[in-house]
Ligand binder design. Structure first.
Ligand code: SAM
Length: 277
């Protein structure tokens, strides 16, 4: 009787985001058992495999070859091979390659299995001290001006905690853009180098964060407190003078009060300015 070739399984394996001790026992077992490992950067993954004393065929699977390599991987899965998909750090598919092959496997009814582990979103959030009940992850902010403006407006209006990833060389520009839209009271936590030697959670207001950016290096996540809509609505029900008084009592200077009122009421600050000269 002819043997029926069973389709293989694609394992989505999370790997450490810094500290190599964060690999799970299950991840190690799966990496040892699969026929092939698809890696975002094969040289990078080789270091992890050497550390774990695992020898396994590697195939590169990164953002620029995702489509072509998905075909290759699908073929190998159909031939009965089990494959582990790993990214350079953390959970594949989260701002890392993986989405494409996962969607294709679902369409083709190929089995996919998550192997949970580190992810910068969750680990930055849990130590931020900011509300964890509801949150929105926005990945990296877009660079395109219009798309970026839309995202910044979304952050400003969101009453849920917002999480964004950022590269150190773009941090200053991002904080300056956030300062333009966010209410001065909004808490921001900058989590950097999570699980590494220089792990740090900086809890500052935006101005102090901006002042410190030159010394902030490494991998970064920003966690932004949700907008207190209720308070905003209440403020917008006040007369303009009462609204002014509210911020004056908080110790804001005239320039900042005008900026803040304009943000709360979603109007141009010149309009507010005219009323106070
Ligand atoms: N797949 C990864 C995950 O599960 O978090 C994310 C990969 S994405 C290409 C890289 C970004 O994740 C970095 O720019 C940084 O924003 C964040 N990140 C990754 N490792 C981090 C760490 N150890 N500390 C802080 N942020 C980290």
């Amino acid at each position: 009787m002819q043997e029926i070739n069973k389709t293989g399984t694609l394992y989505i394996v999370a790997t450490p985001i810094g500290n190599l001790e964060d690999i799970t026992l299950r991840a190690i077992r799966i990496l040892k058992e699969v026929d092939l490992i698809a890696a975002e950067d094969t040289r990078h993954t080789l270091k992890l495999l050497n550390h774990l004393e695992i020898t396994k065929p590697l195939i590169s699977y990164h953002r620029h070859n995702e489509e072509i390599k998905s075909d290759v991987l699908i073929q190998k899965l159909k031939e009965g091979n089990n494959i582990a998909l790993v990214s350079d750090a953390g959970t594949p598919g989260i701002c890392d390659p993986g989405e494409e092959i996962i969607k294709r496997c679902i369409q083709l009814e190929i089995n996919i299995v998550p192997i949970p582990g580190p992810c910068a979103i969750i680990n930055s959030l849990i130590c931020s001290g900011i509300d964890t009940k509801e949150f929105t992850f926005l990945g990296f902010l877009p660079l395109n001006k219009k798309l970026r403006k839309n995202k910044l407006d979304e952050i400003n209006k969101s009453n849920k905690t917002i999480i964004i990833y950022e590269a150190p060389h773009k941090l200053l520009a991002t904080l300056q853009d956030l300062k333009q839209v966010l209410n001065q009271d909004r808490k921001i936590v900058l989590a950097r180098e999570i699980t590494k030697i220089h792990e740090e959670f900086i809890r500052e207001n935006i101005d102090n964060l901006i002042a410190r950016t030159e010394n902030i290096k490494g991998e970064i996540v920003l966690i932004i407190e949700g907008n207190n809509i209720q308070e905003d609505n209440e403020l917008n029900n006040l007369s303009i003078e009462e609204h002014y008084k509210y911020y004056e009592n908080k110790g804001f200077c005239k320039k900042d009060i005008i900026k803040q009122i304009a943000k709360d009421r979603n109007v141009n600050k010149n309009e507010i300015y005219k009323q106070f000269i």
